[in-house]
Write a protein that binds this ligand. Structure first.
Ligand code: PGD
Length: 759
């Protein structure tokens, strides 16, 4: 950034949705995307009026019931009013409560899993700050493992090929697709709204141009999805509309065609894979007597048999890339499409070659399909967690409802801990978790629930102690992501709102009260690690002050060499995969040994339990939103411009709408046995028949919080989704899909109050 811009008030900054310069003028954030970004993200516009929005939390607040009666289980969470308290009082109360729980029950009674994306700055990363605080000051906490994004894939991939990061972050790149792919078959697509986002920031959005370049070179894209817009116009894809959660059947039929027509690469399977014979026997009908052929799959997935056969033939004998979106594994048996796509790619024999093979999660976030940064990023050390207990992240409700109960995960049996205090910073549980009415019951269980956030999310409204955090624009930080060369000196753009404080300052004040100030505040020079690595490589390693003044630094990146999968392909003897066989596991003795019927020893079609029925005839697709990241800044101008009559938009096919007397723009009620929400109908032929598409991120807005099962008047799909793990193997979140029904809503339209501060 030059001196003229700086003098005019512009400051470099970064968000998960892009790097930019900003200044605070006339109560608005003015923004300029980074000049090197070829395809800037309009989600940046949500910042404009966000810093002084009424949804901001102005001061520390304590729930009346907790303040008057002290800690304890309480159904009033989310229903009670709040009392403002001065900072010192709030911190004293919280420090006393933390000490009480630690002394009475031990740190193993504190849940600090606190899932959430928070903000892009690596120092002020709220969950990281919380974990460090709990480790250094309390001695540890019950943690969560894996993510809502990739719960199933992060567990199955290491069994069958390599870690999620090794496959997704250092495998097939967009550069390779632009230069080498002949055909890209994208299960779940690669929507630009998803790759426009990356945790820690993304300074150059390259995906649109890469698809355009591949297409112009003659590459063919095929989209397999219930939604036509899961690939951008630049890909000019052939769209195969598919019944949700049936991709595995379709992939099996593609594999069947390859096997029975002799189109599979036997040499590749013999040299690089283990277990093909076991799988082929199942594929051809061994065991259940059902060949997994195109005619069989057509009745399940809705793609005509001749189209399946034609696609299989087209995929064979050329540089074909099979990609699978995260979305497919955020569903019942979500492990299966991840594994089966790998097997399909193995049969095509292109794995490890540039632009071919298997692209798990490509296009799902800006992290994937790029080279990786070759030096460690500036992150804050987390300390040592003295509590060895964990849950798979999406099992939070189960944990709170069934202390002492057992669960299975990745071949072992574990016990849920008895949690007395829950501490959340940087996530919105009412955005990310499923079956919110069940969750509300679980939230009543612990003694104390603490939330730091900058805004009154539903998660904050359900807490006992709510502490106002600064927004990213209100503090200095460093933005960096392992998939982006640009490290950004994130300068403060405007003063903090009201009494908001940085999470770090809050934890430091608590640590002081608990007699551990120095343990928490020492060793904070996060930049030094990156600088030392740069020096070691002999590259430019400016001092922190120089970096800060310049506003950014380009970090070195790894070669585009396909990572460990590329190395394996070049020499499997020298570079075996980190699987038990050292090869791609088409059948896994380890997984078979777990004895899980919901995740057997090779990929298989497992009929899901959660499917539309006579009462709920539609599939709900609850995917990532286009106009914001998750629930963040849902009140922002860009997000709001996408709503109709203040509600989130639900798209459905004109034929499904007509059958229900629903017109474009009508308010509809979506419901099933778990809950109901309102949304504004948009009719679209880009949505498969039998599907209603309601993205996530509209803030939960119960018509009457006193109800056990209130209507969400705004359109949060997680009142409808199921809180059941993908399988016993991974216990991932299944929030992407469920069965619902839709009717026109004829009542008086309730107001949206989600952004109003509580009484
Ligand atoms: P966000 O809206 O990003 O959602 O779930 P996640 O909880 O990450 O929440 C981040 C919160 O952090 C916001 O409330 C924001 O205000 C707050 N915040 C930001 N910066 C700071 C800060 O500096 N300090 C503090 N204290 N707070 C801060 C996302 C999760 O949702 C994900 S990753 C996925 S992939 C899942 N996807 C689906 C899905 O596909 N379908 C359904 N139905 N449900 C999903 N949920 C999951």
């Amino acid at each position: 950034m030059n001196d003229v811009s700086r003098a005019a008030g512009w400051r470099p900054h970064s968000a998960h949705w892009g790097s930019f310069a900003a200044r605070w003028q006339d109560e608005r954030v003015e923004l300029r995307p980074h000049p090197d970004d070829p395809d800037p993200n309009a989600v940046l516009e949500n910042f404009a009026t966000a810093p002084r929005h009424k949804a901001r939390i102005a001061q520390p607040m304590v729930r009346r019931g907790w303040l008057e009666h002290g800690p304890g289980p309480d159904e009033r969470r989310g229903r009670d009013d709040f009392i403002p308290v001065p900072w010192n009082r709030a911190l004293d109360l919280l420090a006393t409560e933390l000490a009480r729980v630690r002394d009475l029950h031990g740190p193993g009674a504190v849940f600090g899993g606190s899932y959430g994306w928070a903000s892009a700055g690596r120092f002020h990363h709220a969950p990281g700050q919380l974990h460090r605080f709990l480790n250094m000051v309390l001695g540890g906490f019950v943690r969560s493992v894996n993510s809502y994004s990739a719960g199933a894939s992060s567990v199955i991939l290491p069994h069958v090929i390599a870690s999620l990061d090794a496959v997704g972050r250092r495998g097939v790149t967009w550069e390779q697709i632009a230069a080498h792919s002949d055909m890209v078959v994208a299960f779940g697509g690669m929507a630009l709204k998803n790759s426009a986002i990356a945790a820690g920031g993304v300074s150059r959005h390259v995906e649109r141009d890469a698809m355009r370049a591949a297409r112009e070179r003659g590459a063919r894209f095929v989209l397999v999805s219930p939604l036509r817009d899961d690939l951008p116009a630049e890909a000019a894809a052939d769209w195969l509309p598919v019944v949700p959660n049936t991709d595995t059947a379709l992939m099996l039929a593609l594999a069947h065609t390859l096997a029975t027509e002799g189109l599979h690469d036997r040499a590749f399977l013999a040299r690089f894979c283990a277990g093909y014979e076991t799988f082929e026997s199942y594929l051809l009908g061994g065991g259940d007597g059902q060949p997994k052929d195109a005619a069989w799959a057509a009745t399940i997935c809705g793609v005509p048999a001749d189209a399946i056969v034609a696609l299989a033939r087209a995929m064979a004998g050329r540089r074909t890339l099979v990609t699978v979106a995260h979305a497919l594994q955020r569903a019942e048996h979500g492990e299966q499409p991840v594994w089966m796509a790998l097997v399909l790619a193995a049969m095509l024999g292109q794995i490890g070659l540039p632009g071919g093979g298997y692209g798990y999660a490509l296009g799902t976030m800006g992290h994937y399909g790029r080279r990786e940064v070759a030096v460690p990023l500036p992150t804050l050390p987390q300390g040592r967690n003295g509590v060895g207990v964990f849950i798979p992240v999406a099992r939070i409700t189960d944990m709170l409802l069934r202390p002492g109960g057992s669960f299975e995960y990745n071949g072992k049996r574990f016990t849920y801990p008895d949690i007395r205090l829950v501490y959340w910073a940087g996530g919105n549980l009412f955005h990310h978790h499923q079956d919110l009415n069940r969750l509300r019951g679980a939230i009543a269980r612990p003694d104390t629930w603490v939330v730091h956030d900058s805004v009154w999310t539903a998660a904050a409204r359900h807490a006992d102690i709510v502490l106002p955090a600064t927004m990213t624009l209100e503090r200095n930080d460093i933005g960096a992501s392992s998939a982006d060369a640009l490290m950004v000196a994130m300068h403060q753009v405007l003063p903090p709102f009201a009494e908001a404080r940085d999470d770090y300052a809050i934890f430091a004040a608590l640590a002081r009260r608990l007699g551990k100030a120095e343990d928490f505040t020492e060793g904070r020079d996060a930049y030094a690690r990156t600088q030392a690595a740069l020096v070691e490589r002999g590259g430019a390693a400016p001092d922190f002050d120089v970096f800060w003044r310049r506003g950014e630094l380009l970090l070195p990146m790894h070669e585009d060499d396909g990572g460990i999968v590329g190395a394996f392909r070049r020499d499997p003897g020298e570079n075996p995969l980190p699987t038990p066989s050292g090869r791609i596991e088409i059948a896994s003795a380890t997984i078979a040994g777990f004895g899980y019927s919901d995740c057997p020893g090779h990929p298989a079609w497992l009929t899901p339990a959660d499917v539309p029925d006579a009462r709920h005839r539609l599939w709900l697709v609850a995917n990532q939103p286009a106009r914001r990241l998750h629930s963040q800044l849902d009140f922002g101008e860009h997000s709001q411009a996408g709503k109709r009559r203040g509600r989130e938009v639900a798209r459905l096919h004109p034929a499904d709408a007509a059958a229900r007397g629903i017109a474009d723009g009508d308010i509809i009620r979506l419901f099933n046995d778990r809950g109901a929400c309102l949304a504004a109908a948009m009719l679209s032929e880009d949505v498969c028949r039998g599907v209603v598409h309601l993205p996530t991120g509209a803030w939960y807005d119960p018509a009457d919080p006193e109800d056990a099962v209130p209507l969400c008047v705004h359109g949060n799909p997680n009142v409808l989704t199921r809180d059941v793990g993908t399988s016993r193997l991974a216990q991932g979140c299944t929030g992407q899909l469920t069965a619902v029904e839709a009717v026109r809503f004829a009542g008086n339209l309730p107001p949206i109050r989600a952004y109003d501060p509580p009484e």
